[in-house]
Design a protein around this ligand. Structure first.
Ligand code: HEM
Ligand code: HEM
Length: 183
């Protein structure tokens, strides 16, 4: 395998990373806001409709983003680092990738097997299925638990990026922002 540690992420990879990062962080905050801060009622229902429709778009874009990553491969570390940090970083990246798929799919299953339609901004509808409380409740648990796991790993991921940038002073962050391969 060629050594790709001297490379930077290309424009498509960087655009995809930041769009999906923003969408996922936004959707995590949006979901928690709806669940924990909005009382039951029509406005909660309307917000949930928006959460669901955006979430389906995130799944569609996320599949393309992950396909691009799988096709292009991950870069080797920007600078030499202890083995445990390399492993932690790889595990974190794979978990975040899994989360990009598991979050919207579990959300869709919660909703569809709860017997509810997903209205895509009023343009078309993904029809609800015959109610299956078992599947819906399980999917809801997965949706909530995966959200918490993702939050923990996103915090770790950001802490890692900052450590590389501020303490190690290597190219890890800039090769995902400006696309430079060294600093
Ligand atoms: C794109 C990624 C998504 C993220 C990051 C996300 C995140 C969240 C979060 C953090 C919550 C609050 C969970 C809790 O406090 O227990 C939530 C609730 C919910 N989400 Fe999502 N969501 C996403 C996509 C979707 C999609 C695509 C749907 C359905 C089409 C959906 C349907 C729901 C529903 C129905 C709830 C309320 C569940 C309940 O009653 O506990 N979500 N979401
Ligand atoms: C402010 C928030 C974030 C920062 C500062 C950040 C920073 C970075 C940096 C610097 C890299 C490159 C690592 C390397 O070169 O080895 C990276 C890669 C990656 N990040 Fe983030 N990230 C953030 C949010 C997220 C979020 C929310 C997700 C998940 C949805 C995510 C998923 C990934 C993945 C999967 C990679 C591996 C390369 C790729 O497929 O794009 N990041 N991130």
């Amino acid at each position: 395998m060629s050594d790709r540690s001297g490379q930077a992420y290309g424009i498509v990879s960087r655009f995809n990373h930041w769009i999906v990062a923003l969408a996922i962080i936004g959707m995590l905050a949006f979901g928690i806001y709806i669940e924990d801060f909005v009382p039951r009622g029509p406005s909660k229902g309307a917000l949930l409709q928006t959460h669901k429709a955006i979430g389906v778009l995130v799944l569609a874009y996320g599949l393309w983003r992950i396909g691009w990553r799988l096709a292009k491969g991950f870069l080797a570390p920007a600078a030499p680092m202890p083995h445990w940090q390399d492993v932690t970083s790889r595990v974190t990246h794979w978990l975040l990738i899994a989360g990009i798929i598991v979050m919207p799919i579990s959300g869709m299953m919660t909703s569809l097997f709860g017997g509810h339609d997903i209205s895509m901004f009023g343009l078309f509808v993904i029809p609800g299925q015959p109610k299956n409380a078992g599947i819906s409740e399980f999917a809801k648990e997965v949706h909530g638990a995966t959200a918490n796991i993702m939050i923990a790993f996103i915090v770790l991921h950001i802490a890692g990026a900052l450590k590389h940038h501020l303490i190690d002073r290597d190219a890890t962050l800039v090769r995902m922002t400006s696309g430079k391969s060294s600093r």
